[in-house]
Design a protein around this ligand. Sequence first.
Ligand code: LER
Ligand code: MN
Length: 273
Amino acid sequence: MKLSLVVSVSETKFAAVAFKESYSLAIEKATKWGYDGVELAVRDPAVINVGELKNLLGRYNLEVPALGTGQAYGEEGLSLTSPDGQTREKAKERLKSHVKMASELNSKVIIGLMRGKVSQDSGLEKSLGLLKKSMRDLCDFAMKYNVEFVIEPINRYETNMLNTVDETLEFINGVGRENLKILLDTFHMNIEEPSIFDSIRKARKLIGHVHIADSNRWAPGCGHIDFAGVVNTLNEVGYDGYLSAEILPEPSPDKAGKFNYEYMSKLLVAIHH
Ligand code: LER
Ligand code: MN
């Protein structure tokens, strides 16, 4: 397993991003601390010079395991299940541009908050139906670019659709596309799952990406989640991808970024002994 840090390429309101200002500085620091990659939070790929970004990443030899897309919902309201058809279309178009960017960076594309929320008019079944149809179209589009989507169960305080691993696995099976996997986020799992370890085991065949943060969304080691157990269980089920820190910049961005790397790399070394 490898370690990455979530970095925003533009200013953001979303709290759990350790670095919000200069992404080139964040990339430099992530390299210095030892990270293998940075997960990029991208509201709109159109405002990013991907060539420049690739040069920068190449200079520091960093991978981009995944692109986060939630800012397009948080800041522009783009949702795949909006009651408004035009908004849904815009959300799809935006995600297609994320797919194109992801194909250049060899990244996965995250479906987090862009799934939207169930409104009273629509109801859960209709919303899930809309989401299923959109995800089929998007997965077929992404297949041509060799890009995978990962959809993330998110806790009940942030959305009312797909909160648990069980619900999300059922949804993924219903979509029936090979390039749709699950993103496990330990912060959300700590709220929603009866057992984080059992849920990792249930998801074993479909784990595409992992977000790590402790129970208080500080870096692992600052709350009460058993990360040795998380790492051991992921290893037991054969997960070999990234553990991407989506953490609050507490007590400071630098301390959070550095502490996460030191804490997690020790746990990763331990599983190989
Ligand atoms: C995004 O990865 C996430 O975990 C959500 O909490 C976004 O609000
Ligand atoms: Mn997450």
